[in-house]
Design a protein around this ligand. Structure first.
Ligand SMILES: *[C@@H]1O[C@H](CO)[C@@H](O)[C@H](O)[C@H]1NC(C)=O
Ligand SMILES: *[C@@H]1O[C@H](CO)[C@@H](O)[C@H](O)[C@H]1NC(C)=O
Length: 408
């Protein structure tokens, strides 16, 4: 065969293949339509999470969106003049605006993402509530509050659904590779609640810490409601969750030792810092009323009557520098308990209770790496501030939560 014939044959062959593919596609495509919606494959963010090449990693905390159904869901605690033109769409608009303005690397939703009793369809409400995050293409994660399950989905169903949404890195349960004890590849199921997991943030690309965890993000399910000796109270973080948390943290200590042995030097060893995210505050947060805080303490801490020892557990881990909570919308302060900062996000959603004339708000957390001689090293600093949903997205209460050279 000469070159021309060869070319012609390949062309015919290619045409045949394309025809088959095309007919297969048209034949099968309609079968892939589920409930008249085209089959949707989850869009995943680029993983692992890592610091930027400028040595920063910025987190946006969104607390208590309290999403209902959308345009028909009214706003609570806004000025009388604002009430008529206010709905869940204002919450959506605020989320879009703050993502645009702050350009975070990651979004953490700390529960009461939807207000279950204001929607007849939890899935629809979740899709609408998280839409700006899904459309942003940024990795995001959520935990549950005490109101999310008050509609058509259980807490297990909610977390499973949330973990399948576009760009979500939420998990229903931690994978076993994060716990030193159990066999690999499985999922831990004997842990209380749904939405306990950790996400590792790696160092800046091309730096000494490019392949190691520099910052660890812990997400915990603080539950909804419980009855203790006949009295109704809020949920709390259980012993099984604290055991898991401790296990992960200890795993890092082991890793650190290996790293030392490997390098024969401690100079390049990044000290992983950790941040925790959950919905319901712990009882000790009440003590902050009598201490110096940054931000507003405007309502009682609505925590559980049970103190399960979360504070001691976090202190004993040693790596947790700050905890970010929601639940009490009128509180937006940060206060320090035994060298760990406890910060409220402040109410974000318009269908959530708040104070008329006191703008809805969000918290930003900025982690910064230490600059070495010719490469980014481990963590150097953690800062935080808030943004108001006013015309200028006013920034307030900026503070340093942790600094390497001030530690110890
Ligand atoms: C809600 O959004 C509408 C439409 O953009 C706007 O006119 C109104 O001022 C917003 N309300 C509040 C309280 O932000
Ligand atoms: C990180 O891993 C990549 C790919 O395996 C490798 O090329 C690079 O040298 C590693 N960097 C460090 C600092 O270990």
């Amino acid at each position: 065969m000469n070159k021309t014939m060869e070319g012609l044959y390949s062309l015919l062959y290619l045409t045949l293949i394309l025809t088959i593919l095309f007919s297969l596609h048209t034949q099968i495509a309609h079968k892939l339509l589920i409930d008249k919606h085209p089959l949707h494959l989850k869009k995943s963010p680029h993983l692992p999470l890592r610091f930027n090449s400028d040595g920063t990693f910025k987190i946006l905390q969104v607390a208590d969106m309290h999403f209902g159904t959308g345009v028909l869901t009214s706003c609570k605690d806004v000025l009388a003049s604002e009430f008529h033109y206010c709905s869940d769409l204002n919450t959506t608009h605020f989320l879009k605006r703050i993502i645009e303005a702050e350009k975070p690397d990651f979004i953490a939703f700390t529960g009461d993402n939807i207000f279950g009793s204001s929607t007849p369809d939890a899935a629809e409400s979740l899709l609408r509530a998280f839409a700006p995050a899904m459309e942003s293409g940024l990795p995001w994660a959520a935990v549950l509050g005490n109101h999310d399950q008050e509609s058509t989905m259980t807490r297990l169903e909610l977390m499973s659904f949330i973990s399948l949404l576009d760009y979500s890195v939420s998990q229903t349960n931690p994978s076993v590779e994060d716990a030193s004890s159990a066999a690999k590849g499985n999922t831990i199921t004997d842990i209380d609640g749904f939405g306990n997991y950790n996400l590792r943030v790696y160092g800046a690309p091309g730096s000494h810490s490019a392949n190691s965890t520099v910052l660890d993000l812990f997400f915990l399910d603080s539950g909804d409601r419980e009855v203790v000796q006949g009295v109704r109270t809020y949920g709390w973080i259980k012993e099984s969750q604290l055991r898991w948390l401790h296990g992960v943290s200890k795993g890092y200590q082991g890793q650190k030792e290996d790293f030392h042995l490997l390098k024969g030097s401690s100079s390049a060893t990044p000290t992983p810092c950790a941040l925790a995210f959950f919905h319901i505050p712990i009882p000790e947060v009440r003590q902050l009323y009598y201490q110096k805080i940054i931000g507003q303490f405007q309502e009682g801490v609505a925590c559980s009557s049970v103190n399960s020892g979360v504070l001691q557990a976090l202190v004993s881990m040693g790596d947790v520098k700050a905890v970010f909570m929601g639940h009490d919308h009128k509180n937006d302060f940060c206060g320090n308990l035994e060298s760990i900062w406890f910060c409220y996000g402040g109410g974000f959603g318009y269908h959530a209770y708040g104070i008329a004339g006191w703008p809805r708000r969000a918290r930003v957390i900025l982690a910064e790496l230490e600059k070495g001689e010719n490469s980014w090293m481990g963590m150097e600093r953690i800062r935080t501030w808030k943004r108001l949903d006013d015309e200028k997205l006013s920034k307030l209460d900026e503070q340093v939560l942790w600094e390497l050279h001030h530690a110890k």
